[in-house]
Design a binder for this molecule. Structure first.
Ligand code: AMP
Length: 281
């Protein structure tokens, strides 16, 4: 596995692959890899001839009060895991390489970015859209894989690619969970034992919603109230939002018709966790 730190070198490598007719599949990450990430890597392997994974903790998607400094990092472990997966290139740029002195351009997917997590994390999706655009221009993939764990991010990327005519296929990958249902996340490392147990309330509340819909309930208010009640029962948890939304526009809807996204963000102590499920009739 090659480790590439420079954008120009990454571009040259990709150009050479393209000249050989090889299809490049890309998985962007912020590192501290878990089985969710590795599942995306395996999916990328199926979609391309060679796989590039980036590890970059992107400062521009963190707010000033957020956890950029504390975000877990373990490059050596990440490198070994990716090597085992047979990844061709680990793209590992420094912050200075991505945002050199004088950097002043940003990309904003305006409407989608204002909803759900965007309402609570100002500027977050602008940071995401900007860095993903830069990563796409560095890696020049044919296909890129993103997790449905960050469902809103996936929709932001789909819009970005369509609006700016990136010639890249975007593939969404289902949420990978721990055996007890907690969605895998690098941020789970922040949780102590008690908090880890408390964090199960997210999955529990989503399951409750799924059961309600299976039993015929379709009203958003009734479903989200049940989720709220489930989260409120957990004393270490504080609900940031729970919303029933259109699966494409993410606009709030008042009843499940066919398919709907149920998304929530919860704070467990100082850790902010997100999760979601698709409700179908
Ligand atoms: P991150 O390193 O958290 O920025 O995540 C990198 C990619 O992995 C994103 O596309 C995430 O949506 C995806 N991802 C993270 N956790 C999971 C998970 N539990 N299941 C599926 N995809 C995930």
């Amino acid at each position: 596995m090659q480790i590439i730190e420079k954008i120009s070198e990454m571009q040259s490598w990709s150009e050479a692959q393209r000249c050989k007719g090889r299809r490049i599949a890309f998985v962007p990450t912020m590192g501290f890899l878990h089985q969710g990430h590795l599942s995306l890597v395996r999916c990328a392997r199926e979609g391309g001839d060679c796989v590039v994974v980036s590890v970059f903790v992107n400062p521009s998607q963190f707010g000033p009060q957020e956890d950029f400094g504390a975000y877990p990092r373990d490059f050596d472990r990440d490198r070994k895991l990716l090597e085992k997966e047979g990844v061709e290139v680990l793209f590992y740029p420094a912050v200075q390489e991505m945002y050199p002195h004088g950097f002043q351009t940003s990309v904003e997917v305006s409407e989608l970015s204002a909803l759900l997590c965007g309402a609570h994390r100002k500027g977050h999706f602008q940071g995401v859209a900007t860095v993903v655009s830069k990563l796409f221009n560095a890696v020049r993939p044919h296909v890129a894989v993103f997790g449905e764990k960050d469902y809103q991010q996936l929709q932001v990327i789909r819009s970005l690619v369509r609006d700016l005519n990136f010639d890249i296929e975007i593939v969404g990958h289902p949420i990978v969970r721990e055996a007890d249902g907690l969605a895998m996340s690098s941020r789970n490392a922040y949780l102590n034992r008690e908090e880890r147990k408390a964090a199960l309330c997210l999955f529990r509340s989503l399951n409750r919603a799924v059961s309600m819909v299976q039993a015929g309930e379709v009203t958003a208010r009734v479903i989200t109230d049940a989720v709220k009640a489930e989260i409120t029962r957990e004393s270490l948890a504080r609900l940031e939002y729970v919303k029933l939304c259109d699966t494409v526009t993410l606009a709030e809807i008042d009843r499940v018709q066919d398919r709907a996204l149920l998304a929530l963000a919860v704070r467990i102590g100082k850790t902010r966790l997100i999760d979601n499920t698709i409700l179908t009739i």
